[in-house]
Design a protein around this ligand. Structure first.
Ligand SMILES: [Zn+2]
Length: 353
């Protein structure tokens, strides 16, 4: 959802963006590049860090990959030719398992004969996702949305028919990896980068903080313009990801206020503490809106979509929106503020506890 308080953040480069196939050095040894995405979210930011291998070789670490498609492969090819100063890529670091972040990891690690670094949870989830044919679709997802009040037969048929959604963008995941964990410190080039695990958006998202450079590669955990997607999906119907997400970003307040935040979407910005406060306030407002609606009459996740999203949604957006609606409802239900009852129709309705 668009951030109404965006003007409270500071973009040090203004409107400047890297052209496709080129990079901008945003901090010493930290280069910013963008890749196209075929969604409403039309780009992803990726990072190239000057690195030195365990064998003493100079080169680069890539942070996040883009999806698997020809446009992204072509853009990488240009980067390899123009931007690497003749040096090799020594490792590929991935913040989390979503397709725009891990999609081309298999190709990049094979191209450079180097290792993927990622949390074990996200590596496993990505391996599973790339092998399942029905992730984010199929019978189970349709039944899950129906149990949460989605009745539009066309939409449910589209969800049922959606197969290989993840596998199309992530056809393969490297069969070996190096594990990233919370509080691990990586020596990348001459700098130290601290891993910060975050939950609620992906199974175990890893952000990277460099105290010397005062830079945070925030991945999808803190974005300047849109709120991070926090969803419940059919694989874990009673999941409670919102408190996990909010606690994870709350931890970011321990970083210096002047930290330069490098997000996966949008532009590099300063105002980390401000943004964490905005996101907490945003979800508090959504909780209040949902409680008020449920006080008037029992509600389903689907009936609450117009309360949460005040604009028309297409299929892609509806499935994300349902996931977010259920995430808010599960938080209020598991915290004891709402009760959840299945009607004779099998649909779950929420009302004041
Ligand atoms: Zn993501």
């Amino acid at each position: 959802m668009a951030n109404p308080g965006e003007s409270a953040l500071h973009y040090p480069l203004g409107e400047v963006l890297p052209e496709p196939g080129t990079t901008i050095e945003i901090a010493p040894g930290v280069n910013w590049l963008r890749m196209p995405l075929p969604f409403a979210l039309n780009h992803i930011n990726l990072w190239l860090l000057r690195d030195r291998g365990e064998d003493g070789r100079d080169g680069w670490a890539i942070v996040d990959c883009g999806i698997t498609d020809e446009a992204t492969r072509g853009a990488w090819q240009q980067i390899f030719e123009r931007e690497l100063l003749g040096l090799p890529v020594l490792r590929v670091i991935v913040t989390h398992m979503h397709p725009d972040h891990i999609g081309l990891a298999h190709w990049l690690t094979a191209r450079w004969n180097c290792r993927l670094w990622i949390s074990a949870t996200d590596w496993n989830a990505a391996r599973l996702g790339s092998q399942r044919t029905t992730s984010v679709g199929g019978e189970s997802a349709a039944a899950f949305f129906a149990s949460h009040g989605l009745t539009d037969a066309t939409l449910l048929a589209q969800v049922r028919a959606r197969t290989n959604y993840y596998g199309n963008m992530v056809p393969a995941v490297p069969s070996q990896f190096r594990r990233l964990m919370d509080r691990q410190v990586l020596a990348i080039g001459g700098q130290h980068w601290h891993c910060i695990a975050g939950y609620g958006h992906a199974p175990e998202h890893i952000a990277l903080h460099c105290p010397e450079l005062k830079v945070l590669i925030s991945g999808d955990m803190v974005l300047p313009r849109i709120s991070t997607n926090v969803s419940v999906i059919d694989l874990e119907p009673e999941a409670n990801p919102l408190p996990l997400y909010l606690a994870s970003i709350e931890r970011m307040r321990a970083l210096p206020a002047e930290t330069l935040v490098l997000p996966s979407h949008g532009k590099p910005f300063r105002g980390l503490h401000t943004r964490v406060g905005q996101l907490a306030a945003h979800h508090d407002e959504r909780f209040a809106d949902l409680l008020a609606a449920c006080a008037k009459a029992p509600q389903t996740a689907a009936s609450l979509l117009p309360v949460l999203f005040r604009w028309p949604l297409d299929l892609h957006q509806t499935t994300f929106a349902m996931g977010e609606s259920i995430a808010h409802l599960n938080a209020l239900w598991l915290r004891g503020q709402l009760k959840r009852e299945a009607g004779a129709d099998g649909v779950l309705r929420f009302s004041p506890a």
